[in-house]
Design a protein around this ligand. Structure first.
Ligand SMILES: Cc1cc2nc3c(=O)[nH]c(=O)nc-3n(C[C@H](O)[C@H](O)[C@H](O)COP(=O)(O)O)c2cc1C
Length: 167
């Protein structure tokens, strides 16, 4: 593919941003031109030929900027190759099995004809915002469950699809 890939993310505590950064690095390494941006900073999807979008999961929904991104840009997204990822579970479950998208993302996938969705483990560490986050941390249920090997493997697969289809 010639053209530019947008990798965008909705994050509250920063862990989804690092996942997006790792995905962008792999795509660049495969020779693609990539822009990585927070979802709330994307004014238009028009400059991009393909999109990878991700969101942290909060109480069964994508983080709000990620949700808004899908809603605001739905027409342009429906016309472009689109991959979605979530970052959520604060345990090993994402490494053990496929975790389906939350209902809102599942619906968006169908509406936007997204190629794929994957759930990666999440991360919650000291300094996270909000009383519920602090309670989870107090109860010893935080931690970093992101698997950067799995993230890079998935990104390489996306790159392969983009570079082999002339999208
Ligand atoms: C208040 C709160 C609610 C959460 N709800 C969910 C949830 O419903 N499902 C899930 O898989 N993870 C949930 N998590 C874990 C987050 O998705 C995880 O920490 C994620 O990596 C956060 O992304 P971010 O750092 O990019 O904001 C929750 C975390 C917090 C603090």
């Amino acid at each position: 593919m010639t053209g530019t890939v947008l990798v965008t993310y909705g994050t509250t505590n920063g862990s989804t941003a690092r996942i997006a950064g790792a995905i962008a690095d792999v795509l660049r390494g495969e020779g693609l031109t990539v822009e990585a941006l927070p979802a709330r900073s994307v004014a238009s999807v028009a400059p991009y030929d393909a999109v990878v979008a991700g969101g942290g999961v909060y109480a069964g929904r994508w983080q709000k900027h990620a949700r808004r991104f899908l809603r605001r840009h739905r027409r342009a997204l429906a016309e472009r190759p689109l991959w979605l990822f979530s970052s959520g579970p604060l345990d090993a479950s994402a490494a053990e099995r496929d975790i389906p998208p939350v209902p809102g993302v599942k619906k968006a996938m169908a509406e936007l004809d997204a190629r794929e969705h994957v759930t990666f483990g999440g991360c919650l560490e000291e300094g996270a915002k909000g009383p519920v986050a602090r309670m989870i941390l107090r109860n010893g249920k935080g931690g970093d469950f992101r698997d950067f090997t799995a993230i890079r493997t998935w990104a390489a697969h996306v790159a392969h699809e983009l570079t082999h289809e002339g999208a």
